[in-house]
Design a binder for this molecule. Structure first.
Ligand SMILES: [Zn+2]
Length: 187
């Protein structure tokens, strides 16, 4: 039987049963997952109906696994487009409009044309109209101040922010692990 390498991904939980990471969501291919199971590095928490068979064994493909040894969270999050949006909570930092990622742009507080660098401290999420309005001016010269001063977020801050923006696709066996550790809304 052949199984596509991208099909049947497993959600990877840390040894404390929280997802190893939210962004990107920690998923392993079934192939890597089986290898980790066979080498005894993970516990199988939940499985798909899908099985793989060989002459010597058959196994349900894991849908959720947990690491046997706790891994410390990465201290410095990657400086990526998505993480900048996540830090800024998918909202224009000038007018506050919350937008889907494909409708957001990046604005350099100090424009690149004036030597501004592409760093956590100089880049914010902005809607297209605000970005256009600011143009090549310095943020303060344009009378446009970001709602929150841009700083490099900690992995923890991004993790917290990520819980508010769950991925679009979730296998049902993952949901509990993505939401159980979310804060409960007061009734
Ligand atoms: Zn705006």
């Amino acid at each position: 039987m052949t199984v596509a390498i991208n099909a049947w991904p497993a959600l990877v939980l840390n040894a404390d049963f929280r997802p190893l990471s939210y962004f990107p969501l920690s998923l392993w291919s079934w192939h890597d997952t089986i290898k980790a199971v066979v080498t005894n590095r993970v516990n199988v928490v939940s499985v798909y109906d899908q099985e793989i068979r060989s002459p010597s064994f058959s196994l349900h493909l894991p849908s959720v696994i947990s690491l046997k040894n706790y891994i410390m969270a990465q201290r410095r999050p990657a400086f990526t487009r998505f993480n900048v949006f996540l830090r800024d909570r998918f909202a224009c930092q000038y007018c506050g409009a919350a937008l889907p990622a494909h409708e957001l742009t990046f604005d350099h507080l100090i424009p690149r044309s004036r030597g501004g660098r592409t760093t956590w401290q100089n880049v914010v999420a902005a809607c297209a109209p605000c970005n256009l309005r600011k143009g090549g001016r310095l943020a303060h010269a344009a009378g446009m101040t970001p709602k929150r001063a841009p700083v490099q977020p900690t992995a923890h801050q991004l993790q917290e922010s990520g819980r508010q923006f769950p991925p679009n696709f979730l296998h049902e066996s993952w949901r509990d692990f993505l939401y159980w550790d979310a804060e409960l809304d007061p009734l």
